[in-house]
Design a protein around this ligand. Sequence first.
Ligand code: FAD
Length: 116
Amino acid sequence: QRRKDCPLDKDEIGTATWSFLHSMASYYPKKPSKTQSDDMTKFFNIFAQFYPCEPCAVDFQEDIKKHPPQTDSRDAFAKWLCERHNTVNVKLGKPTFDCSKVHERWKDGWEDGSCD
Ligand code: FAD
């Protein structure tokens, strides 16, 4: 059987990365300073250059050129990132996610208490 300490495949690295990015967005400041907002925009431009799946990175660079990071507030940023993930979902034929629930999924837990 496959050992547990193997290099991540495209899906594993994808899920791990989305987990990090959405968590970061849901904990991003509600009212970021100009510096924080500018830094987060830079982060995504750099991230898109070095994401370790080349065809994914090329498409993501194009996508964020068309839809630049919205980093003026937590809600705007989390929504923007959710929409970017949905663009990838559509490309891969996966269901889209309801972006009004992004903080429930990544910070607060579901409203029915099922994560408590
Ligand atoms: P994932 O898509 O990894 O999602 C993990 C969890 O996030 C889901 O279970 C769900 O609870 C939640 N979720 C789903 N959609 C959203 C959303 N819109 N907002 C918030 N939460 C959500 N793979 C390719 O094959 N080709 C590509 O071009 C490609 N590009 C990628 C670009 C980037 C920047 C990243 C980070 C990943 C990319 N991937 C790509 C990987 C791909 O997006 C998935 O991670 C991978 O296919 C595994 O999918 P999954 O069904 O396990 O769930």
